[in-house]
Structures are given as C-alpha cells and as structure tokens.
Design a protein around this ligand. Structure first.
Ligand code: GLC
Length: 605
C-alpha cells in the first residue's frame, strides 16, 4: 500500500492515517442484534467486522453508545462513562476495538460535548437548587432574554434556546432539544470533567472522536454563540492532551457552517484533524439535478487551504437530515422542490431521506456521486446501508426515517435480529422497492454486478491512488458546463501508512481487499524526495443524464498518456489541442496520467 507524504508537515507521518481513510458511520442500535432483543449491539457489530473488512473501509465512526433516555438518538447522554445496557458493556466495546484493530480498522466515536440529557445526574443536581455543588455546571438565567442573536437550531420544534425549570425557578440554556441542557464550559470543573471523559475512552483504545455540535460550547453577549474564540481555545486544550498523551488519535469537528468558519476548527494544525465539509454535500445534490458543475466548483472555490496534517471529511448522507442550513433561500427552495416532493420528507431544516430514494433509485447517479465522493479532496464517510443503496421510511418520526435496521438478508427482520418483529427498535423496510426482500447484503454479495461490489471495487482503486488522499486539486477548464473534471496531483510515498495502533494485543493485520491494487503508473517526473514518486489522476464526471462531450484543457500535462484506472486502458496521449473525451449519461472515469507514450497497441492486453 502506498501513502502520500503529508506535504511539509513535521512529526510522524504515520499519524496522518486519517488523510487516507474511508470512514464508515454506523448506528450500533441498527447494525446487527447479537442477543435477539430487537436492538443492535456492540457484539453484533463485532460479528460483522468480517463484512466491513471485506468492503474495504478503514475506520468506523460509532454513533453515541452511552446510556441515554434515547430522546435524540443517544445524543442525550445520561452517563459519559458507561455503555448503554441495550448495546452491551464496556468489555464489549473493548473487544470490538481490539478485533477491529486486528483487522486494520480503526474506531472513533461521537463525543457529545455540548450538552447532556436532562436526566444526567449532573443536571438533576444542578436543577435541584441554586446553591448545590453543580449549580453552575449548566447555563442558568433569571429570564429568557439573554443572547437573542443565537439562532434556534431545531426551529421547527423549539421556540427558544431557554426553557424554564420549575424546581430551580430559572431558565436553562439549550441549543438543541429542551431536554438537552448545554454544559457550562465557563466552569473549569466542566471543562476538566469532559477531558476526563476523553481520557477514559482513549485509554480503552478508541482512535478518536467526532466532536458533536462543537461550535456552541460558549456563549457571549452580542454574538451568535457559535465559533467563539473561547470554544477554539477549549478544542486546542483537548488537542494538546491528545498530542501529549495519545499521539495518532484524532478529532473530527461537526461544525455545520461556511467553509471559512469551519476551517477555523483546524486552527493552525493545533485543533481538529478533520472537519466535515457540510456545504459541499447539498451542492452535490444540486449539481446533479441542475446538471451543472457550478454549485460544486463555486463552493470549492470558497474553501480555504487547510493546514498541513489536516483533512476534510466529506459525505453524501449521514444519520441526520440532508441539512440545508448552509445554502441560500433560493437553493433551499430548489432542493426542497426537487428532493422533498412530499412534505413528510422534510426534517428540521432539511430532508430526512437516504441516498438511494433521493436519487429515485438511479444506480448510475449513485455511482456518479460516489465517484465524486471518492475523488474530491477529503476523506470519504460512508453511511451504513448506503453501500447497498438502502431506502428510508418517511413515516417514522424525526430522523428515524434514515435509521432503520441494516438489511443483511431476505430472512425474517432482514437478518438484523431474531427477535419478534414487534420488539424491534424500529421496523425494517419491507416495501417492494427498498425492503429487505429486494435490497440486502447477502444478495448483493452473491451478485458481482451489484452496487455493493461496485463500491468495494472503487475502494480498492482509491487505495491504489494515494494522491486522492491529500493531492492538490486543479479544476479543468471545459466549455461544457455539465462536465466536472479535475486533476489530483502530488508526491506519494511507496510505503505503508501507519499500522493500527496496538491496544496491547496482537499486531494489526493489513486489510485484505481480495483484489490486487492497480500497477503503479510512472509519471516520468523525477520525485522531489527520494522514495517518493509523483502521481496525477484525472477525474472526469458527466453530471448530465445525456451523453456529453468533454474538451479538457490538459496543457500542463501535454505529452502524457491518460491510463484509465479501472481497466488500465491506455488512451491517446495529450497533445497541444484540448483533450477530447465522450462520457455516457452520468458517466465518470478516472485516469492516471503517465509519462509513457508507447504506441497504444503495445499496452493493450
Ligand atoms: C448533532 C447530531 C444530531 C443531534 C444533535 C444534538 O447535530 O448529529 O443527530 O441531534 O447534534 O446532539
């Protein structure tokens, strides 16, 4: 396996594993039920590691697994130091992490840092009086008038960020549901308590955290209460602890904002290792509906350079609604009109649907969007079930529409659980289009032409093109607005990137993909650093439902030969004129740019 050289960065390059990682976001509750009680659990997830290894993902991101009254999918934590009894024990978590590490798979988890459940003992104590030891662990006020500039995130269900507490006779502050009071980070005890939570899980072997709702940690008069300097200072404090005591573990920021604001969570390379690129996601959906590259290229042009040793995390769908917070009113109207034709599809400020139904089940579109996800700058995040193009259930409340059980087989309950149907945490899909009879892992594993096999093959290819991890990106000039073409280029290192860290057990085993990586293509350029070589990959995408011509300005690569990545098929060398290609409806191709200009026939199989 090759790895790119983190350009100019100091420190151990093995710690930059997250720049070359495909993440897999998994709902423990919804993945596999090992004890037949109707709810997925850690032992169930562990039992499916073979599948995840086969698929070729590099890191699991576990949605919250702490004890919780489950009024917000577990983002309402009632004990930060335990595992929800429905999911198993701390021992099960450790066993999962160790087994994953043995397979070369890392594991990160959500850290619900901003708030707790109102049933958390800290809040129960805090609300009990104005003088108890935890009285200032949450944000209290005598009236509900303070900080009017702070928007209400779930504006469709909450009227205010303040809720009156009858016992304490004061208002408490919450940026999300009223049952999720915000912690008071101005209190040093709170800041220290959350660092203790961080240490606790890292000591058990987790490889890092997604920092949930990180922009909201502090409140200040006259501000929106988002992205405040105090919040960044606290993130730096967590990072400092990781660098000092847990090198190689990562922080991933969930900060839904414009690229320039979000990029601040990288700091100068001293805050988060990764940040989700939220605004890119809706623009991918706009681009394929408008059949125009502009929405994507425009947001990329607004995306600042990020510090060395950092990375964007990019995604198509996740456990939340397809959020439309970071788009203009006009774009939002357009996306609602195109993708939420039934009002029941709307959730909060977005659309509560999965990838496949959003695309009307069009496999070509799903491939196109995944080809983009795997080649645009950033580490891709795959949402569980999307690898088999699972559907959703818009009749379920809140965001449960996209959190139904994983569909493993056509058996009872989709092979998810042997519990009685009535006991399942949510009903599996049973409709004729997306139900488990029609869409399931078993069938797709048996069918080499399935989307699952296609995606697995693409992950193999991506692994052989390390430049897709951190290479530069140049968007190519092309007169056809439906064509999105770019070149990813940079120097790559011919060595394995970091082995998964040991948690004191057997050494990590490299992931076997079952497929040989593609033979590297020489670009003929002298590497700037010994042991490295240059790599350049041309990625071309047709956003239109009709075949399209592409005339690409490849002047800087004149004389080189594009070699199609999947079949190693050599194409005519780049000449002085714009390079002509034809793409089928929603077509895409990746080419490695090679210095070899042997006659075409000589390279054909
Ligand atoms: C994040 C989570 C979302 C949750 C919210 C409040 O945005 O992704 O699911 O509801 O935080 O914790």
């Amino acid at each position: 396996m090759s790895a790119t050289v983190p350009s100019g960065s100091s420190g151990d390059p093995s710690h930059h594993w997250f720049q070359h990682t495909v993440f897999y976001e998994v709902l423990v509750r919804g993945f596999f039920d090992a004890n037949d009680d109707g709810t997925g659990d850690l032992a169930g997830l562990r039992a499916k590691l073979d599948y995840l290894q086969w698929l070729g993902i590099d890191c699991l991101w576990l949605l919250p697994f702490n004890p919780s009254p489950m009024r917000d999918g577990g983002y309402d934590v009632s004990d930060f130091f335990q595992v929800h009894p429905d999911y198993g024990t701390i021992g099960d978590l450790v066993a999962l992490v160790e087994d994953a590490h043995r397979r070369g798979i890392r594991v990160i988890a959500d850290l619900v840092i901003n708030h707790t459940s109102d049933q958390h003992p800290w809040f129960v104590e805090s609300r009990s009086s104005r003088t108890n030891p935890k009285a200032d662990w949450y944000v209290w006020n005598d009236d509900d008038k303070r900080w009017p500039e702070a928007r209400v995130v779930f504006a469709d269900v909450e009227r205010s960020n303040w809720t009156f507490d009858d016992t304490r006779k004061q208002y408490y502050w919450h940026r999300f549901y009223s049952h999720q009071p915000d912690l008071n980070y101005d209190n040093p005890e709170v800041a220290e308590a959350m660092l203790e939570v961080v240490r606790f899980w890292l000591d058990l072997g987790l490889d890092g955290f997604r920092l949930d709702a990180v922009p909201y940690l502090f409140q200040r008069d006259g501000t929106s209460g988002e992205h405040l300097p105090e919040t960044h200072a606290y993130v730096r404090r967590i990072r400092k602890q990781l660098d000092a005591e847990y090198p190689g573990r990562i922080l991933l920021a969930e900060a839904n904002g414009w690229p320039a604001d979000v990029a601040d969570y990288f700091g100068t390379g001293d805050e988060c290792h990764l940040c989700f690129h939220f605004p890119l996601m809706p623009r991918l959906f706009t681009a394929v509906r408008r059949e125009q590259r502009y929405p994507v290229t425009e947001i990329l042009s607004q995306t600042p350079e990020i510090p060395d040793g950092c990375q964007w995390a990019i995604f198509l769908r996740n456990h939340d609604e397809l959020t439309l917070e970071q788009v203009t009113d006009e774009e939002r109207d357009y996306l609602f009109a195109e993708y939420a034709k039934d009002p029941r599809m709307k959730r909060h400020m977005g659309i509560g649907r999965r990838l496949a139904p959003l695309l009307d089940g069009d496999r070509r579109l799903a491939e196109l969007l995944y080809a983009l996800l795997l080649s645009l700058p950033g580490s891709p995040v795959v949402y569980y079930g999307d690898e088999i193009l699972m559907g959703d259930n818009i009749y379920l409340g809140d965001r449960d529409s996209v959190r139904t059980p994983m569909q493993w087989s056509p058996d009872r309950n989709g092979g998810f659980s042997r519990a009685d149907f009535a006991r399942l945490y949510l009903p599996p899909l049973m409709d004729p289009v997306y139900g488990y009879g029609a869409v399931n892992v078993e069938a797709q594993m048996r069918n080499p032409g399935s989307f699952l096999h296609w995606l697995r093959g693409m992950l193999v290819q991506r692994r052989s093109l390390p430049v897709l991890g951190v290479g530069r990106m140049e968007v190519l000039d092309c007169p056809n607005p439906s064509i999105l073409a770019f070149v990813r280029s940079g120097e790559v290192l011919e060595a394995s990137i970091a082995a998964v860290p040991s948690t004191g057990q057997e050494p990590a085993v490299p992931v076997s993909t079952g497929q040989e990586p593609a033979v590297p293509v020489s670009t003929g350029q002298e590497p700037a650093v010994p042991g490295h070589r240059s790599q350049a990959v041309l990625c071309v995408h047709n956003l239109s439902r009709f075949a399209q011509p592409a005339l690409l300005d490849l002047a800087p690569w004149e004389g080189m030969r594009p070699v199609e990545v999947l079949g190693r098929v050599p194409f005519p060398a780049v000449g002085a004129e714009p390079y002509p290609l034809a793409l089928g409806p929603y077509g895409y191709s990746w080419f490695e740019l090679s210095a070899s200009v042997e006659p075409l026939g000589a390279q054909e199989p």
